[in-house]
Design a protein around this ligand. Structure first.
Ligand code: PRP
Ligand code: URA
Length: 214
C-alpha cells in the first residue's frame, strides 16, 4: 500500500479503495446496511497494514512432500472494539485474523460534557501476551480512546494499536500526550471538532449510523 505518515505515532492510509469506501460512508444518504458493510470492509483493508510489523517465529511443518521451515505470528493477537461503534469493525478485522481473541470495552460519551463514561470491560486474562488492536471508528476528543488505553495498560498491555476511521487533530494530540507509545491508524485525519465535539467534516454519529438509532 502507498501510505502517508504524519506525526510519528500516526499512520494515515492513502489507498484508493479506502478513499472510495470512505467517500460513501461519509455520505448522509448511505443507509445503515451499506454503512455497516463499508465500515467492515475498510476495517479489513486497514488490518492488513496494521499487522505489517507483528513479530513472527519460525516453525516446522510437514508439507505433503517434505519437512520445511515456515513463519507464524509470534504472539496471540487480541482485538478490542470500543462499544458500540467499534463492534462495527470487528467482523472486518476478524476476516484477516480469525484466530484473534476479542475483548470488549464499553464506553459512551456524556452528551453534555463529551467526557467518557466506562460501563463494561471484559478482556482475556492473558491479553498482555501479545499485541492489542483497539478499534473505534471515531477519534474525536480522544477521551474515550484514552480511557480504553488506560484500561489496557492496567491489564499490562504493552503493544496497543488504535485503529479508527476518522480522527480529529484534537484526538490525535490527546493520545499522543497521554499514551505516546501507542500507534494510531486512521483512514482520514479531518479538519477539527465543532462546538458539540463532533468531527468536521466527519460522518456524524458512528454508533447511530451503524445501528440505525439516530
Ligand atoms: C463515539 C465513538 C467513540 C467516541 C469518540 O461513541 O464511537 O467511542 O464517541 O469520541 P471522543 O473521542 O470524544 O471520546 P459514543 O460515545 O457516541 O457511544 P456509542 O458508540 O455507544 O454510540
Ligand atoms: N462520536 C461520533 O460518533 N462522531 C463524532 O463526530 C464524534 C464522536
Amino acid at each position: 500500500m502507498n501510505n502517508v505518515t504524519t506525526p510519528a505515532n500516526l499512520h494515515i492510509f492513502d489507498h484508493p479503495l479506502i478513499h472510495h469506501k470512505l467517500s460513501y460512508i461519509r455520505d448522509r444518504q448511505t443507509n445503515t446496511r451499506d454503512f455497516r458493510r463499508l465500515l467492515s470492509e475498510i476495517a479489513t483493508l486497514m488490518t492488513y497494514e496494521v499487522c505489517r510489523e507483528f513479530a513472527t517465529v519460525s516453525a516446522e511443518v510437514d508439507t505433503p512432500l517434505e519437512r520445511t521451515t515456515v513463519r507464524r505470528l509470534a504472539a496471540p493477537i487480541t482485538l478490542v472494539p470500543v462499544l458500540r461503534a467499534g463492534l462495527g469493525m470487528t467482523r472486518g478485522v476478524l476476516e484477516l485474523l480469525p484466530e484473534a481473541r476479542v475483548g470488549h470495552i464499553g464506553i459512551r460519551r456524556d452528551e453534555s460534557t463529551a467526557l467518557p463514561i466506562g460501563y463494561y470491560t471484559k478482556l482475556p486474562a492473558d491479553i498482555a501476551a501479545g499485541p492489542v488492536i483497539l478499534v473505534d471508528p471515531m477519534l474525536a476528543t480522544g477521551g474515550s480512546c484514552a480511557h480504553a488505553i488506560t484500561l489496557l495498560r492496567e491489564a499490562k498491555c504493552c503493544d496497543v494499536r488504535v485503529v479508527c476511521l476518522v480522527a480529529a487533530p484534537e484526538g490525535v494530540a490527546r493520545l499522543t500526550r497521554d499514551h505516546p507509545t501507542v500507534r494510531i491508524y486512521a483512514a482520514a485525519l479531518d479538519r477539527e471538532l465543532d462546538s458539540n465535539k463532533y468531527i468536521r467534516p466527519g460522518l456524524g454519529d458512528a454508533g447511530d449510523r451503524c445501528y440505525g438509532t439516530g
